[in-house]
Design a protein around this ligand. Structure first.
Ligand code: UDP
Length: 246
């Protein structure tokens, strides 16, 4: 039986605290699978506004503190063990484990522009030679393509399903289709295929270590500025909530 994580809350949404997230997920592979949500400030604010996203976050088996704001909030609330766990790094650790021990099953990639998931999978075949990809699909399929993919997904039963459709599409999609592979690990990985394929770059370590990955992302993708207005909103809401419960 897999141990239950500590459940903290951030703006009424759950965040799960576990010592070793990778191992927890690998254990769940034999014990009911898991949907992973990578919670950051933007998503927490959006989850309050969009009830369907809020539901997807609440019913996920594992909500990790992906964003620096979420981790800082937890620390301020007394969870001293809380630390930031970027979703891309957790996905990388699980992929590495699947490469090392192919008995965990095959890997499925869905999302990104045509060619990107293939390039990401190729990069992983070099990085973790034991890895087996059983399905690779871009994120712009038409209706017929989507239903053919679902049929194959049902038959293939991969162990790890990475979905890169962006928030909230990927969370909706996983919530709706999880029953098709009940023992798999399902992770919404946002732009990770873009990074693994070499199409985009992750922020240099200095930005990541100083909680400024969002700033580098804004520099790379300036069109994100509107979405990032959620960051001060999150800080303000978190401050009010801390005062209210102090
Ligand atoms: N995407 C997709 N299908 C769509 C819309 C988006 O596959 O209909 C992909 C897009 O190509 C990109 C990813 O979803 O690779 C979104 O990445 P982003 O970094 O914006 O993720 P977020 O920050 O929203 O999690």
């Amino acid at each position: 039986m897999v141990s239950s994580p500590i459940v903290a809350t951030v703006l009424k949404l759950p965040v799960h605290l576990v010592d070793d997230y990778t191992q927890w997920l690998l254990d769940r592979r034999q014990d009911g699978g898991a949907q992973v949500v990578t919670l950051n400030a933007e998503m927490a604010i959006e989850g309050e506004r969009d009830p369907r996203l809020g539901e997807a976050i609440r019913q996920a088996d594992l909500c990790i503190p992906d964003g620096a704001g979420v981790a800082l909030y937890l620390k301020l609330r007394g969870y001293r063990e809380a630390r930031r766990v970027p979703g891309i790094e957790l996905a990388e650790a699980v992929l590495t484990a699947f490469g090392r021990s192919p008995q965990h099953g095959s890997v499925w990639c869905y999302g990104g522009k045509p060619g990107i998931a293939e390039a990401a999978a190729k990069a992983w075949e070099q990085r973790a030679p034991g890895i087996q990809f059983s399905g690779i699909y871009h994120g712009y399929l038409d209706e017929a393509g989507r239903s053919a993919m679902l049929q194959t997904l049902r038959e293939t039963q991969p162990g790890l399903i990475l979905v890169a459709l962006g928030v909230p599409r990927q969370e909706y999609w996983i919530m709706e289709h999880r029953h098709l592979c009940p023992n798999a690990i399902w992770i919404g990985v946002g732009g990770s295929f873009d990074i693994w394929s070499g199409t985009k770059e992750r922020a240099p370590a200095w930005f990541c270590n100083n909680n400024l990955e969002w700033l580098y992302r804004l520099y790379q993708e300036p069109w994100r500025w509107k979405r990032m207005l959620a960051l001060p909103k999150f800080a303000w809401r978190a401050f009010l909530e801390t005062l209210r419960t102090a």
